[in-house]
Design a protein around this ligand. Structure first.
Ligand code: GLN
Length: 489
């Protein structure tokens, strides 16, 4: 097989090819390393680890030769640069951690390594995962491999914050990649780059060793090119971890086995609050087409109401900054990361943090500190926590009568780098459809089902009951077949 054939495989096909000895894990890794090096203009990787990849691939070949090997033995993947990787620089795309080399491995990346996955490098993200465009990375914006038909020269954003991972998978630089999602950071870039991404239920994957943004929302998940591939990868990433007190002590099902192709009799909720004024007509059409596909497959669409949806965005932008201001207090120039000297200890703190954090991160810390301060805590933070509960209750009520919920993933297709105005709230609106799920802790998957009139991918979101990723994946696979999305960038 040629190198470009190898990079076009799905994970499932690569797994079968390795088992049949059609090619070796080293050949597969080398093909992806070459692709990664040839696509540097995308700026998807902060750090490439080609030697490590080939070493791990060699070890995978040795295990495969003995008939051993895990669920992802020899499969090349990219790792979002928010997962601490032992001995490999981990930056969160921030200047403050630019030279940080963790002495330990995150649980999720350790699980993937144990399953035999081969890490190609660390992918760029919005600084500390705060953003929807990958434009806030200290290492510069990432480019989406997709182009507008009308203006092929315009450089588009890959979405964010897991933009480097999404671009790498879409551009065939990796078979899959890890992402993290706090308010949409797996699903929105998956939608912008025409790939599949799932944010599992909060607690499904351990947060241990993932650089924290907002701890009650952060969740790791897989990004890949098919529903089967994210099922394989999620199975390898997930599992209870005593080192994370919010990791759920539940067994990891065989997600691939859930892909039965049979969704007859399932009820699919269609929330009426997800049709805001100004929703683009192509997104609306995509959504209606998705509903029709599920109906054709024997499921029943049901209109539902999630009445507190309109409060989700303001609630998130209180809760997430509050938690971020607390989590980011540890970057003080004392223990690790950047230090800018000052005449006094206080001056050293201030100078370090002013130099180390970018504008968006500083904005979040300011908002977070404000909403947590004495006098405002009850008015903002405590109130937001109450509204968060109402949003979660809306979903719980809906799931008494439906099995899964279908919505658009994002209000638009990918936009161009530098096209959005300077208003941060416009950027925050990108996650209007993904944030409610995050606040409720539910699993949400984005699947590409069509192209915009300008030739860009558009995704639909499936939301499930807590710890029912199986139904989400099953429905997604049926829709994947029906949509037949085969376009490539
Ligand atoms: N875009 C959202 C934010 O900036 C979500 C980011 C994320 O999920 N990490 O907070």
């Amino acid at each position: 097989m040629s190198r470009s054939d190898l990079t076009r495989l799905t994970m499932a096909a690569a797994r079968d090819g390795l088992a049949r000895k059609d090619f070796t894990a080293v050949e597969l890794a080398e093909a992806h390393v070459a692709a990664m090096e040839a696509a540097r203009q995308l700026n998807a990787f902060v750090t490439e680890t080609p030697e490590l990849a080939v070493d791990r691939a060699r070890a995978a070949d040795a295990r495969l030769a003995k008939g051993e090997g895990g669920a992802m033995e020899g499969l090349p993947i990219a790792m979002k640069d928010l997962f601490c990787t032992e001995g490999v620089r981990t930056t969160a795309s921030s200047h403050i951690l630019e030279n940080f080399i963790p002495p330990y491995e995150s649980t999720v990346s350790a699980n993937l390594k144990k399953a035999g996955a081969v890490m190609l490098g660390k992918t760029s993200l919005d600084e500390f995962a705060m953003g929807s465009s990958n434009m806030t990375s200290h290492f510069g914006p990432v480019e989406n491999p997709w182009k507008r038909k009308s203006d092929p020269k315009a450089k588009l954003v890959p979405g964010g914050s897991s933009g480097g991972s999404a671009a790498a998978v879409a551009a065939r630089l990796a078979l899959g990649a890890t992402g993290t999602d706090t308010g949409g950071s797996i699903r929105q870039p998956a939608s912008f780059c025409g790939i599949v991404g799932i944010k599992p239920t909060y607690g499904r994957c351990s947060r241990w060793g993932i650089i924290a943004f907002a701890s009650s929302l952060d969740q790791a998940g897989p990004m890949a090119r098919t529903v089967r591939d994210v099922s394989i990868m999620l199975g390898a990433m997930a599992g209870h971890d005593p080192k994370d007190s919010t990791s759920a002590p539940v067994a990891v099902p065989n997600f691939e086995a859930a892909l039965t192709g049979d969704i007859r009799g399932l009820k699919v909720g269609v929330p009426k609050e997800y049709r805001p004024d100004g929703l683009s007509s192509e997104v609306e059409t995509l959504w209606n087409d998705g509903i029709a596909m599920l109906k054709d497959a024997g499921a029943t669409p049901v209109e539902i109401s999630l009445p507190h949806t309109k409060y989700a965005l303001p609630t998130y932008y209180i809760v997430a900054p509050a938690e971020c201001s607390s989590n980011l207090a540890r970057y003080d120039g004392v223990r690790y990361g950047l230090r800018v000297e000052g005449k006094t200890l206080d001056e050293m703190y201030a100078k370090t943090r002013a130099a180390g954090f970018g504008k968006e991160v500083r904005r979040r810390i300011l908002v977070g500190t404000y909403v947590l301060s004495a006098g405002y805590y009850d008015a903002y933070y405590a109130k937001a926590q109450k509204v968060r509960r109402l949003i979660a209750d809306d979903f719980a009520k809906a799931f008494q009568s439906v099995d899964v919920i279908l919505t658009p993933t994002a209000p638009s297709a990918a936009f161009a780098i530098g096209e959005t105005d300077d208003n941060p709230v416009t950027m925050w609106l990108n996650d209007v459809f993904t944030i409610p799920t995050s606040l409720a802790g539910l699993p949400g998957l984005s699947l590409p089902t069509g192209l915009s009139t300008d030739g860009l991918p558009l995704g639909l979101q499936l939301i499930g009951r807590p710890f029912d990723e199986e139904t989400v994946l099953k429905v997604a696979e049926v829709m994947e077949k029906a949509a037949g999305f085969t376009a490539v960038p």
